[in-house]
Design a protein around this ligand. Structure first.
Ligand code: SF4
Ligand code: SF4
Ligand code: SF4
Length: 418
């Protein structure tokens, strides 16, 4: 059985905050709201006050703690690497444990635990098919992300009639003798964008790998983590680890930055024998580079009518330093003319369930990307996270830019012959 860390477990790191304010200029929530309670320093001060018994879990604190995308931008800029994103998660779990359901988690949990309510909510959103949503597991992050009544005016993709698990068996034979690769698709790719998962499987088979797509895999738990539902995160983490165990896997590949971050960054902080599992998980761009795909693509003749494409860094790739690999792939692709954009590394504003509870702030954060996007002259905005695609397309649709957000694998999939 796994166990999340408690707030007390972070005491030493909380005391390391020297109030220098280096986090301020990099916090998307602060830049949008300009409130001390939104920035890492303010949240660490609240955490210290909670530990010392100088504050309690009342409404003001809940509001400040909900103002965090758990993006980790502050952590990478902090001289003492204070893990504010993890500390915020621990406080949200305290709130849930002590107050029953927290401000952040109350609505979310109501939707998860009450199927008729969820169904009624879904019916009111034309973009979602209630028939298709029945196929999405109860514990899925998608259900946390689509409480329809509070998502008015939000662009949501259609849920396709067939999900990734309808399209492929659990074991998929490759075109060669290479070892078995596990595929953690996660719920966005599994149920919302199965074509991205299909592209991943096609590429792996073409490289000679066989693929294991376990039926028992669940959401990675990022939305539940963001909502403060610690018990659900533990349950999901256990199931995910166990469903990949017992197979001789070379790697477990992800093509969702949030899933990768959830497993590699978050499960590693939990008690519960995750080392073997997390050690095998690899981001698809890192894997493809390791496999020599970039050289193969770069050796191909450039297409005459290439698409002008720019790139958005998902927070969970940026935090792990996966910055060069996606750009190298884009530069090498024969069907793409890659252009860098101003603000490529700025957060899109999604932040797990943040965009559900603070939709206007979330849009404000995402809209900071628009000027750079316009200046780039790109027709496509590529990225490596389906969550970012959903958020960026929504932000774009609220602006005057006619750009489409796509996954890198959609672009790689267009090219054959390598
Ligand atoms: S950068 Fe780190 S040490 Fe400085 S105020 Fe922010 S959290 Fe505290
Ligand atoms: S995790 Fe992101 S949103 Fe939260 S305090 Fe740090 S920079 Fe700000
Ligand atoms: S985007 Fe990835 S991490 Fe997030 S809910 Fe979906 S599958 Fe889980």
């Amino acid at each position: 059985m796994s166990r999340n860390k408690s707030l007390k477990d972070f005491e030493e790191q909380i005391r390391k905050c020297v109030h220098c304010g280096a986090c301020q200029a990099h916090c998307p929530a602060y830049l949008a709201e300009k409130r001390e309670g939104s920035v890492a320093r303010g949240k660490i001060a609240l955490a210290a006050a909670l530990l010392d018994g100088r504050d309690n879990l009342e409404k003001r604190l809940q509001q400040d703690i909900s103002m965090c995308l758990m993006c980790g931008s502050c952590v990478t800029k902090c001289p003492n690497q204070v893990p504010t994103d993890e500390i915020v998660g621990a406080i949200r779990r305290e709130i849930t444990d002590e107050k029953g359901l927290s401000l952040v988690g109350r609505s979310v949990s109501a939707f998860i635990g009450n199927r008729p309510l969820l169904k009624a909510a879904v019916k009111s959103t034309a973009a979602l098919s209630s028939l298709a949503l029945k196929k999405v597991p109860e514990s899925s992050g998608l259900r946390l992300r689509f409480p329809a009544p509070i998502m008015k005016n939000r662009t949501l993709p259609e849920i396709p009639a067939k999900n990734l698990y309808d399209l492929f068996p659990e074991f998929i034979q490759g075109n060669g003798e290479k070892p078995l690769i596990g595929f953690f698709a996660g719920c966005s790719i599994g149920f919302l964008y199965p074509q991205i998962g299909a592209a991943m499987i096609r590429i792996l088979r073409k490289m000679g790998y066989s693929v294991f797509l376990p039926r028992g895999q669940q959401c990675c738990g990022i939305p539940a983590l963001s909502a403060g539902n610690g018990r659900l995160v533990e349950r999901l983490a256990d199931k995910n680890r166990d469903c990949f165990a017992g197979q001789d896997l070379a790697h477990i590949i992800t093509c969702c930055a949030s899933c990768n971050g959830g497993i590699k960054e978050y499960y590693s902080t939990m008690e519960g024998n995750f080392t073997e599992f997390t050690g095998k998980v690899i981001d698809f761009t890192v894997f493809l580079k390791k496999e020599g795909l970039i050289e193969k693509l770069a050796g191909m003749e450039k297409w005459p009518n290439r698409k002008r494409v720019t790139y958005h860094d998902p927070c969970h790739m940026k935090k792990q330093g996966i910055i060069r690999e996606p750009r190298e792939i884009l530069r090498a692709l024969p069907n793409v003319e890659f252009v860098e954009m101003e603000g490529a590394s700025e957060c899109c504003g999604l932040g797990g369930t943040f965009s559900v509870y603070h939709y206007e702030t979330s849009k404000k954060i995402g809209s900071r990307k628009i000027p750079g996007l316009m200046q780039s002259g790109a027709e496509l905005l590529a990225t490596g996270c389906p969550g970012c695609i959903m958020q960026l397309q929504d932000v774009i649709n609220h602006s005057a830019v006619g750009v489409r957000a796509v996954h890198l694998l959609d672009l790689i999939n267009e090219v054959s012959g390598w």
